[in-house]
Design a protein around this ligand. Structure first.
Ligand SMILES: O=C(O)c1ccccc1NCC(=O)[C@H](O)[C@H](O)COP(=O)(O)O
Length: 258
């Protein structure tokens, strides 16, 4: 079963739809754009939402203090970061004690995610697990690396090759987060090239961008991530649509025809 996050909720009415459709997570966006909500509007969503559905706050460049405030008031139960932040900020967010998703956005997103997963594997081969990466590293299958095994020493050259196009600061930030998201855009309905997901370890991974009720089955036939994330594909004329939400949840949870 793939879990599903429905993102970009903006009102009590949309929260009540989510209560009927039962996604695993719901998101509210604090970054500028057509889904942007204020802290007050997000609290209305939280108060209307079923207690067992965590609310994810989506941020681009908003101040850490604002994010921590939203955690402290119980408005959000998870943090989703778009864009790169200084590592000190990510460390401060970790101290809030809620799970963090880092989104990798654009054509490079899948390459960056693969680069980081390979870096983790190779670091493990070279040094053994360090505490920071253990949570995610434990899910990576070393046998997936061509020709690598614990018995073979790994060179720096191999590390560089396998890491692909991965920014050093971003790699350090990724060591601190709980989940990765690969996304084509930002609530814009653009799609990644799903064929390229093959080879990416699906645990702790969200796939987002352009997912709709009429293409989610195609994605899941190709690749089964731990989570999918949908915003505009759950909407009609810019507002969340209960029928689309229900259909998406059923497909993700493989409940079609039940
Ligand atoms: O949704 C937004 O308006 C948004 C703005 C700024 C940063 C991120 C944003 N959304 C992030 C999400 O998690 C969306 O659900 C994701 O991009 C998928 O959107 P869609 O392609 O519309 O399904």
């Amino acid at each position: 079963m793939t879990k599903i996050k429905i993102c970009g909720l903006m009102s009590k009415e949309e929260a009540l739809m989510a209560n009927e459709a039962r996604p695993d997570l719901v998101g509210v966006v604090f970054a500028p754009g057509r889904h942007q909500v204020t802290a007050e509007e997000a609290l209305v969503v939280r108060q209307a939402l079923a207690e067992q559905i965590p609310l994810v706050g989506v941020f681009v460049a908003e101040p850490v203090e604002m994010i921590l405030g939203l955690v402290e008031t119980g408005t959000i139960q998870m943090i989703q970061l778009h864009g790169q932040r200084p590592i000190d900020e990510v460390r401060r967010l970790r101290e809030a004690g809620v799970p963090i998703i880092q989104a990798l956005v654009g054509d490079d997103a899948i390459d960056q995610a693969k680069g980081w997963q390979n870096q983790l594997r190779l670091r493990r081969l070279k040094k053994g697990n360090d505490g920071l990466t253990e949570r995610l590293d434990s899910d990576l299958n070393l046998a997936e690396i061509n020709g690598s095994s614990d018995e073979h020493p790994v060179s720096d050259l191999a590390l560089a090759n396998f890491s692909g196009r991965l920014d050093e600061q971003l790699a350090s930030n990724l060591d601190l987060v709980d989940f990765l998201m690969v996304d084509a855009g930002a609530g814009s309905g653009q799609r990644l090239d799903w064929q390229r997901l093959a080879g990416l370890t699906p645990t702790h991974l969200f796939v987002a961008g352009g997912i709709q009720p009429n293409n989610l089955s195609d994605l899941l036939q190709l690749y089964q991530p731990a989570f999918v994330d949908v915003s505009s594909g759950a909407e009609t004329k810019g507002y969340k649509d209960l029928n689309k939400m229900v259909a998406l949840v059923a497909i993700a949870h493989q409940e079609e025809g039940k």
